[in-house]
Design a protein around this ligand. Structure first.
Ligand code: IPD
Ligand code: CA
Ligand code: CA
Length: 260
C-alpha cells in the first residue's frame, strides 16, 4: 500500500475511537488551568503510535500526549496530535481533528488531517498537491485584507495575562478594523486546512507546538499558500508565531502582528 494510504487508514481507524468518545462520557484531567486532556486523547494517541511503529519503524514519533522532550528536529519524524480541538471535543462541538505530519530533514513530505465527526479528510503529498477527500485544494484569491476572513487561536498562557495575552489583544485591536472578521474555531490543524480549502484567507497564532501544525503546513503549501514566522522568514517549529495565508494578503496581515 502507498505510504499516504497507510496514513489515511490509520487516521480513519483512530477516528472510530474519537467518535466513540465524542458520543459518550469522558474522563477529563487538566494539564494546566484551561488545557484539558481526556482518556480518549491518550487512547487515540496510543493507537496511532502503535500502528505507525509497525509501518514506519525508521521514524521518531512525536505525539502530544507522550512527548518526552527529546527535541523537535529529527532526520525522520512523524508528529501526531490525537485530538486537535480537545476543548471542542469536551464541549460536544464537532470541530476537531486527528493530525499526522511526516517530515524528513526539516521538510514536510506527507500529511493527513481528519475530522471523524464530520468525516472530512484532508491530505497532501509534497509535490503532488493537497486534497479534501479527493478534490484538489487551492487557497483563495482574495487580495484585499479588508475583505479577508482570518482565523486565529489564543494560547493557554492567556490565563497568566502576560506578554502572550497582551500580544493577542494588541493584534486583535490592530487587525479587527482592517479585516472582514475573525474566527476562533479551536483546532489549529483545521484552521490550516480551511485556509488551504479557500474558506478563510489567513491564519495566525503564537505558542503552537509541532503536533498542532506539522500536518496542516504541508496542506497549505501544496494548496499554493504561504507559511512564515512573524518576521516573514521561513517558519520552523521553534518559532514563537506562525502566519499562514493565501500569499496575497500575507504582508498586509504581518503589518498588524508585532514580533514577540
Ligand atoms: C489546541 C488547538 C487550538 C489552539 C491551541 C492548541 P489541542 O490544541 O489547536 O486551536 O488555539 O493553542 O493547543 O490542545 O486542542 O490539541
Ligand atoms: Ca493541538
Ligand atoms: Ca491535542
Amino acid at each position: 500500500m502507498k505510504k499516504i494510504n497507510i496514513l489515511k487508514s490509520i487516521a480513519k481507524e483512530a477516528g472510530e475511537i474519537v467518535k466513540e468518545g465524542y458520543n459518550t462520557h469522558k474522563n477529563i484531567t487538566h494539564k494546566g488551568v484551561v488545557d484539558l486532556v481526556t482518556d480518549y486523547d491518550i487512547r487515540t494517541e496510543k493507537f496511532i503510535i502503535n500502528a505507525l511503529q509497525k509501518e514506519f519503524a525508521e521514524y521518531i514519533i512525536i505525539g502530544e500526549e507522550s512527548y518526552l522532550k527529546q527535541g523537535y528536529s529529527h532526520k525522520k519524524a512523524i508528529y501526531i496530535d490525537p485530538i486537535d480541538g480537545t476543548t471542542n471535543f469536551v464541549h460536544g462541538l464537532p470541530h476537531l481533528a486527528i493530525s499526522i505530519g511526516l517530515w524528513e530533514d526539516g521538510e514536510a513530505l506527507m500529511a493527513v488531517v481528519y475530522n471523524p465527526i464530520l468525516d472530512e479528510l484532508y491530505y497532501a503529498i509534497k509535490g503532488e498537491g493537497a486534497y479534501y477527500n479527493e478534490t484538489r485544494l487551492c487557497v483563495s484569491t482574495q487580495k484585499n485584507l479588508q475583505q479577508s476572513l482570518i482565523a486565529t487561536g489564543f494560547p493557554y498562557a492567556k490565563v497568566d495575562q502576560g506578554i502572550e495575552y497582551h500580544w493577542v489583544i494588541d493584534s486583535l485591536t490592530s487587525l479587527l478594523p482592517h479585516i472582514r472578521d475573525i474566527r476562533r474555531l479551536g483546532a489549529a490543524a483545521l484552521d490550516l486546512c480551511y485556509l488551504a480549502h479557500g474558506k478563510t484567507d489567513a491564519f495566525y497564532e503564537i505558542d503552537l507546538k509541532p503536533w498542532d501544525v506539522a500536518g496542516g503546513i504541508l496542506i497549505v503549501l501544496e494548496a499554493q499558500g504561504k507559511i512564515s514566522n512573524l518576521l516573514d522568514k521561513p517558519f520552523c517549529f521553534e518559532d514563537k508565531g506562525i502566519v499562514a495565508s493565501n500569499g496575497l494578503v500575507h504582508s498586509q496581515l504581518l503589518e498588524h502582528l508585532k514580533v514577540i
